[in-house]
Design a protein. Structure first.
Lengths: 253, 261
């Protein structure tokens, strides 16, 4: 109960401090009489956001689709791959080296190549996002599944537990907190990657939208889009955190 | 004769690799534990108590060079005895599953062993009662004190009814008061369940207070320096100025000093 109250308070504080930030922004621009075309005022941004919300939202939803699909696929494949290789010491080591190599290349740079193969549509963005998301989740899941406490393993041996039971009762549940943390952080990575990939070309989405509005010097629209991204990202992130709280009830962090 | 013995160790010798070299850790270890007895093993730290513990519990040995001699646990090799669920381990850390409450930590081995649900619940209830943990059945380990957590781990070891309880410094991490409380607790458990208990400790007081026999190990390579029979009736009393109790303490301390130097 206390936890819930605290949580509510922290959301209120967050909103409040954001409002104060906007207010100071507006105030300082007015006081120092900065030209309206150089830095846009928050009131203008919010006005644009309200009046043009249907256009912005449509583009945002397209990007959201890329993010959600890529994020979901990347994480799922990461966890499943880790589960299927963690028992094979040799193979998982080799796989790990390969992935380190692949990951050393900024995957976003591959979007040009992938664009040639897959086109620049939704599939390509989903693929890039899931590739970027995959690696940290795979790595976390693999190390968690492998580094189970030795004492616990000893105990399970005296219960004559088979690897299946060890996985079900020990390895997997003890890996959940770290994996969920990783999944949560990957929300931000996924957003960032999807939008950056759109900058490299595509058929729709908020990234493309921002580029075209910037070209037209419609800065209020650019800002409104950025606000929209921030709102979506925050909601997405906190939903995952909520899920984490619901699933991991034994750790108070 | 053989079937009154829970554990028989004959001419045990073990060497371990240390930086590529084979190092002798245990040498010429011979002892027997009768069924239902309470024995402590005491020795200087790093003398191979934990190695002996792992060998007796049939756990895989890391870095073992060579293990010679014969260990029988309930007439079988430790590995087989462990597979037959004759051995209950209680480690220094309670090693509970933090996502399970007390009830489900105790039922864990039963679930793995495929006991039907009703039987699980019945057994868990029995041991919750024995250990006076009924009120805490729904608590998570993180909500319990160290002593209580260790109690849960004792309940978990008892749940599948092994014949032998092997304890590796189970109360080493507890403060003095809790340790004494747990000492009384374990004597009560022993008397009610009639398990064979082998208790590894580095506390002389604990060894004398708890056990019928104290095995004093010497420094590396460890051999049995002395086996002291503690002929005091239970329940024992530390507080009372019992000269006999302190005589045993002194005796064991003397042997331990001899063994270390």
């Amino acid at each position: 109960m206390m936890q819930l109250v605290k949580k509510k308070n922290s959301v209120i504080y967050m909103l409040l401090s954001f409002l104060i930030f906007l207010f100071l922004w507006e105030l300082s621009l007015t006081i120092f009489d900065v030209s309206k075309t150089v830095i846009i005022r928050p009131t203008v941004i919010i006005q644009t956001l309200v009046s043009e919300y249907d256009i912005i939202l449509e583009e945002m939803l397209y990007t959201a689709k890329e993010v959600l699909l890529g994020w979901g696929i990347g994480n799922a494949v990461g966890i499943l791959t880790a589960i299927s290789v963690y028992r094979n010491e040799e193979f998982s080591k080799k796989l790990l080296n390969l992935f380190v190599l692949v990951n050393a290349v900024p995957l976003i740079a591959l979007s040009a190549i992938l664009g040639g193969i897959l086109g620049t549509g939704l599939e390509q963005k989903v693929l890039i996002v899931s590739l970027v998301v995959f690696f940290p989740t795979f790595l976390t899941a693999l190390s968690q599944l492998k580094n189970t406490s030795r004492d616990s393993l000893d105990l399970f041996l005296t219960y004559a537990a088979k690897e299946r039971a060890i996985f079900k009762y020990l390895r997997f549940p003890s890996s959940i907190p770290a994996i969920l943390n990783c999944i949560k952080v990957s929300v931000i990575t996924a957003m960032f990657t999807a939008i950056t990939a759109e900058f490299f070309g595509g058929h729709g989405g908020i990234g493309i939208f921002i580029l075209s509005k910037k070209g037209l010097y419609n800065l209020p629209m650019v800002w409104a889009s950025i606000f929209c991204i921030a709102i979506f990202g925050t909601i997405f992130y906190f939903s995952v955190e909520l899920l984490q709280r619901k699933l991991v009830t034994w750790q108070k962090s | 004769m053989e079937n009154t013995k829970a554990i028989v160790v004959k001419n045990l010798e073990a060497t371990f690799t240390d930086n590529g070299e084979c190092l002798k850790v245990l040498e010429d270890i011979n002892f027997e534990l009768s069924k239902g007895s309470f024995t402590s093993i005491i020795g200087p730290s790093g003398c191979g108590k934990s190695t002996l513990f792992r060998l007796l519990s049939g756990l895989p040995m890391r870095d073992a060079c060579e293990v010679d001699g014969n260990i029988r646990v309930m007439g079988r090799s430790p590995e087989v005895a462990s597979r037959e669920r004759e051995i209950g381990l209680i480690l220094q850390r309670p090693t509970l599953l933090e996502w399970r409450d007390v009830h489900h930590n105790i039922s864990l081995p039963l679930e793995i062993m495929g006991y039907p649900k009703e039987k699980q619940d019945k057994k868990v209830k029995k041991f919750l009662k024995l250990l006076d943990l009924e009120k805490y059945a729904k608590y998570r380990p993180s909500e319990l004190s160290g002593g209580m957590q260790q109690k849960v781990s004792i309940g978990r070891a008892l749940a599948y009814d092994p014949d032998i309880l092997l304890m590796d410094e189970p109360f080493g991490a507890l403060d003095e008061i809790n340790r004494k409380k747990m000492n009384d607790e374990i004597i009560r458990v022993w008397q009610e369940t009639k398990k064979t208990i082998l208790f590894i400790t580095h506390s002389i007081d604990e060894a004398v207070y708890l056990s019928q026999r104290v095995i004093v190990l010497s420094k590396k390579p460890s051999t049995i320096h002395k086996i002291v029979k503690i002929k005091l009736p239970y329940p024992r009393n530390r507080e009372q100025n019992s000269s006999e109790y302190f005589k045993y303490i002194k005796e064991v301390r003397q042997y331990l000093n001899d063994a270390t130097c």
